[in-house]
Design a protein around this ligand. Structure first.
Ligand code: NAP
Length: 193
């Protein structure tokens, strides 16, 4: 089925979830833009995964880079990071756009009492009549077999590229976890024990 959404955006794009989401959006016929935190990740997304555009959010002005990459606005946003970047992206969404809220890694170490007020985003959400929905993987347990079948087929067909960032040894679990939060992984962070 072709997607009715022309421009899809994903943050945390070079991570385990984001890299798959972006590729599935491409398979479904969307134009896809990803945000990631290094030039190597940006190159991987564009050259190996077929993203139409990837942007290093650490070295770019997110608002102007996004305006340039998506002059007609964003129709669909898969949010892995929350925080400031997501506020900017949501403010550049089109009418009736859709947002899947998957994670907010940018704020996992934040003091909740100091987080920005949701009211900053409210005008965009209300006036553009956006639809925001939380995404929890466990809700879809009963359809995992469908996803596995399709994903495995796409991998065999070369349509979907998967990558793992492997850390060796049980004793290195802590470092692997902190490294993942700091963006050391490209693709799925795993620990081999
Ligand atoms: N809802 C669910 O069912 C579900 C299930 C699994 C995971 N999740 C969530 O999905 C998100 C992605 O998970 P994942 O397993 O695929 O992790 P991941 O993307 O493989 O790893 C985390 C990545 O987040 C990026 N990051 C860290 N701090 C950031 C910040 N302040 N702003 C922007 N990006 C930042 C880093 O990449 P950069 O180099 O690009 O900064 C890092 O590599 C997480 O928020 C996770 O909690 C949700």
């Amino acid at each position: 089925m072709k997607s009715i959404y022309s421009l899809c955006l994903v943050t945390g794009a070079a991570g385990a979830v984001g890299s798959i989401v972006g590729q599935i959006a491409k398979i479904k016929g969307c134009r896809v833009i990803g945000f990631a935190g290094s030039d190597d990740k940006v190159e991987w997304l564009e050259k190996d995964l077929g993203f139409d555009k990837a942007i290093n959010y650490k070295t770019s002005d997110v608002a102007s880079a996004l305006k340039e990459a998506a002059p007609k606005g964003v129709d669909c946003y898969f949010d892995n990071v929350g925080g400031e970047i997501s506020s900017v992206i949501i403010s550049q969404m089109n009418m009736f756009g859709r947002v899947a809220l998957c994670g907010s890694i940018s704020s996992y170490n934040e003091d909740a009492s100091k987080m920005p007020k949701a009211s900053i985003l409210q005008p965009s959400i209300v006036f553009k009549q956006l639809k925001l929905e939380g995404f929890i993987v466990s809700r879809w347990f009963d359809r995992w077999h469908e996803a596995f079948a399709e994903i495995v087929q796409w991998i065999h067909e070369g349509k979907l590229v998967v990558r793992e960032h492997v850390t060796e040894g049980f004793d290195n679990i802590y470092d692997a976890f902190i490294g993942m939060l700091a963006g050391e992984n490209t693709g799925k962070a795993v620990v081999k024990v």
